[in-house]
Design a protein around this ligand. Structure first.
Ligand SMILES: NC(=O)C1=CN([C@@H]2O[C@H](COP(=O)(O)OP(=O)(O)OC[C@H]3O[C@@H](n4cnc5c(N)ncnc54)[C@H](OP(=O)(O)O)[C@@H]3O)[C@@H](O)[C@H]2O)C=CC1
Ligand SMILES: O=C1OC[C@@H](O)[C@H](O)[C@H]1O
Length: 376
């Protein structure tokens, strides 16, 4: 068997999500590349970094270089891709600096605070010949790829989509200081969860052919009885006029939506109500909770040809299991672009569409952040 190419990663912060992504990725046998962590930067001490390696069972941790300055890591480090996993208001400055240093970048979702910032990043990535990708991992999972490549082309015209991503993360255990409730850290459900729910709407509306999708309505209620005044229950209606299609997109950090309590049980819930429902002219497709990590597509074909003998409708369940947590699939995709020398921005138009809708939705619903976080 041919030896795998090694892809050397740097992590810009030891955040919560880095504690999910890196253990899911490193040493993964079914990955196309041999992914290794070779550098990290952290605002914490070296001792904290060592404990983090231990707690997260990071292989070869003795060889990982720990930087106390992310700028120095970007300027001097020896690695193939940097993973930017800080809170979203920091992404723009960090990605721009990484691009100035001619780095390839996987940046957590949402890629930036607004579309204008990401547009700048995409332009600089193209000028510098780098690979840039938003870590919208859900797009690259087997069920999502099957939906886009096999199912959407067969179900006729998509006319209506319901897309929800809600879970009550703002529960009694969540401290007021959490990033979810902190505007300075980009807190709020639209940027955190809405980015996924809008991504599903985008896949459904524009997965086969890109139409002209606009935000027709957006309204928002803030998280009650907590400081921060961050957005919670959001309702965004998208319309794609040239296709006569509509998507109703919702989020919440306080009500369960389509999920089941408690949070982690819900993430593994098998029988929760659908989070996403795509209604097309020949069939509908439902995606159970959690929509960030689909493993099943429930397809209901319309018409007499698809009825059971007793006249009831046939439901087809397409199972597409995810290996590990699944956040690692995107890493093989960016690594392939890097090693096959295909610079550019992976998913640029998709990311920019969703960021643009979030901008419009925020304007209509009056969701604001300090202008310093939004600067280009
Ligand atoms: N793909 C997915 O499934 C998920 C993605 N995310 C995304 O990842 C990003 C990070 O989220 P999460 O891991 O929950 O964040 P955390 O609050 O856990 O992590 C923030 C980390 O960023 C570093 N940091 C550096 N400078 C600052 C600063 N000025 N303020 C705050 N933190 C700083 C710190 O790392 P250090 O201590 O090492 O310096 C800190 O621990 C967000 O954009 C979020 O949307 C989040 C959850 C899931
Ligand atoms: O990206 C995410 O996915 C999982 C959620 O727990 C989290 O809020 C969000 O940031």
């Amino acid at each position: 068997m041919e030896a795998k190419t090694t892809c050397r990663w740097a992590a810009l912060s030891l955040s919560n999500i880095a504690s999910v992504f890196l253990p899911d990725l490193l040493g993964r046998e079914d990955a196309q590349y041999e992914h290794k962590l070779v550098a990290v930067s952290t605002t914490g001490s070296n001792e904290r970094a060592q404990k983090w390696f231990e707690d997260n069972k990071i292989p070869n941790s003795q060889d990982i270089i720990v930087y106390n300055s992310w700028q120095t890591m970007l300027e001097q480090g020896d690695f193939d891709i940097v993973y930017v996993s800080t809170p979203h208001p920091l992404h723009y400055e960090e990605v721009m600096k990484a691009l100035e240093c001619k780095r390839n970048i996987l940046v957590e979702k949402p890629a930036t605070m607004n579309a204008a910032q990401y547009r700048q990043c995409t332009e600089l990535a193209n000028q510098q010949g780098c690979v840039l990708m938003e870590a919208m991992w859900t797009r690259y999972l087997p069920a999502t790829r099957y939906l886009r490549e096999e199912l959407l082309p067969k179900i006729g015209k998509v006319r209506r989509v319901y897309s929800d991503f809600s879970f009550p993360i703002v529960g009694p255990d969540l401290q007021d200081t959490s990033r979810f409730l902190d505007k300075a850290a980009g807190g709020g459900a639209l940027l955190d969860q809405g980015v996924y729910a809008l991504t599903w709407a985008d896949i459904a509306l524009n997965g086969v052919e890109v139409g002209e999708t606009k935000v027709a309505h957006s309204s928002s209620w803030s998280v009650p009885e907590r400081p921060g005044d961050v957005d919670d229950i959001n309702t965004v209606v998208l319309t794609t006029k040239d296709k006569g299609a509509t998507a109703i997109v919702t989020t919440s950090m306080t009500i369960p939506g389509s999920s089941k309590p408690p949070f982690y049980v819900r993430l593994g819930a098998q029988k929760a109500a659908p989070s996403v429902r795509i209604e097309a002219t020949e069939a509908s497709v439902a995606i159970p909770f959690p929509p960030i990590r689909p493993e099943e597509l429930h397809v209901q074909w319309y018409g007499y040809a698809h009825l059971n003998e007793d006249g009831t409708e046939k439901n087809e369940i397409v199972k597409k299991p995810v290996s590990g947590w699944g956040i690692w699939y995107q890493a093989d995709i960016i690594a392939a672009a890097v090693f096959n020398k295909q610079p550019g921005v992976i998913g640029a138009q998709e990311s920019l569409r969703v960021l643009g809708w979030m901008d419009e939705a925020r304007t209509l619903a009056g969701i604001t952040y300090d202008e310093k976080l939004e600067q280009v």
